[in-house]
Design a protein around this ligand. Sequence first.
Ligand SMILES: [Zn+2]
Length: 40
Amino acid sequence: MAQLGEVFVCKLCGNEVTVTKAGGNPSIHCCGQEMTKKSK
Ligand SMILES: [Zn+2]
């Protein structure tokens, strides 16, 4: 489950998404693949 404040990055296009609301979809997809959680 996504946690508030986590940042996910797409390795293909570099798009970054910050989770603004915890819960919901456990994974975020971009460019047809799952986005990777960005380490701080
Ligand atoms: Zn992408």
